[in-house]
Write a protein that binds this ligand. Structure first.
Ligand code: MN
Length: 239
C-alpha cells in the first residue's frame, strides 16, 4: 500500500478570509515517488493532531516564515521575519506527537529549523546580521527550481547514501539557520561558509532536516527526487 505522508501547512489571511495553504510542489514531489499526500490542517487541538499522527506513515514539516525565538529562549532581533504563533504551536505539537512513534520525519527549510528547536536546539535569527563572513543564502531569483550555492555532505550520513556525492549544488531561500543542534541531531551537510545545511538524528531511525528546498526541484532535477524516494520508501516500511 502507498504510504500516507502528512504535510504541514501555513496560515494565510486574504481579506476577510483565512486559509491553510501549501505550495503544490510538496504535493507533487510526494505523488512523483508514489506517496499519498495528506495536508494536516492548522488546528490547535492536540488530540486532533494526535489522530492525524495515527493516520500518517511519515510527516514532512514544510517551509515558511520564522519560528518565534521565544521557543529557544531569545527575544527577537530587529531582523527577525514574520512569525505566526498558531503555526508554531501547531507544528510543535505535531512534532511532539510524531517523535515518540519513530515514524520517518523530514524537515524542509523552516521545517528543518522547527525540528531542531523542538529538540532543544537554537537558531540564528538572521544570517546576515549574526554570522560574520556568511555567503548568500537568500536567492533573489524567483525561480526556486534553480540551484544557488554548493554544500558539502558528510560521508557518514544518510544524505551521502542517498545522493552518492559529497558535493552538490542546492537552491537556497533562507535568512535563518541552525545554530546549536537539538538533542540527538548531527550535522550532515554544510555550506562553504560553515552554515549547517542538513542534519540527521542519531537517536531515531529516520529524521532528516534540509535547509534547502528539494521539493521545488522535483522532477526537473532527478537527484532531488532520490531524497523523496528514500523518505517515502522508509515511510512504507518502518512499521
Ligand atoms: Mn543555504
Amino acid at each position: 500500500m502507498k504510504p500516507i505522508i502528512g504535510l504541514t501547512v501555513s496560515g494565510e489571511r486574504k481579506g476577510q478570509s483565512e486559509y491553510n495553504s501549501l505550495n503544490c510542489t510538496y504535493i507533487n514531489a510526494i505523488l512523483e515517488v508514489g506517496g499519498v499526500p495528506l495536508l494536516i490542517p492548522m488546528v490547535a487541538d492536540r488530540d486532533i493532531l494526535a489522530r492525524y499522527i495515527n493516520i500518517v506513515d511519515g510527516i514532512i514539516f514544510t517551509g515558511g516564515g520564522d519560528i518565534s525565538p521565544l521557543y529557544y529562549g531569545e527575544n527577537p532581533i530587529k531582523e527577525l521575519g514574520e512569525v505566526d504563533e498558531h503555526r508554531d504551536s501547531y507544528e510543535m505539537a505535531l512534532f511532539m506527537e510524531a517523535y515518540p512513534t519513530d515514524m520517518p520525519i523530514l524537515g524542509i527549510c523552516r521545517g528543518c529549523q522547527l525540528i531542531n528547536v523542538a529538540l532543544g536546539g537554537t537558531l540564528y535569527q538572521d544570517i546576515n546580521s549574526q554570522i560574520e563572513g556568511s555567503y548568500g543564502h537568500l536567492s533573489k531569483s524567483d525561480a526556486i527550481s534553480q540551484v544557488y550555492h554548493m554544500i558539502r555532505i558528510e560521508k557518514e550520513s544518510k544524505l551521502y547514501d542517498i545522493f552518492g556525492n559529497d558535493t552538490i549544488a542546492v537552491n537556497s531561500y533562507h535568512h535563518q539557520a541552525v545554530k546549536e543542534l537539538g538533542d540527538g541531531l548531527k550535522a550532515t551537510a554544510y555550506s562553504y561558509d560553515g552554515i549547517i545545511e542538513a542534519y540527521e538524528s542519531v537517536k531515531k531511525d529516520y529524521i532528516i532536516g534540509v535547509q534547502w528546498h528539494p521539493e521545488a526541484m522535483v522532477p526537473k532535477r532527478a537527484l532531488f527526487t532520490k531524497l523523496f524516494e528514500d523518505f517515502v520508501k522508509q515511510c512504507a516500511t518502518w512499521r
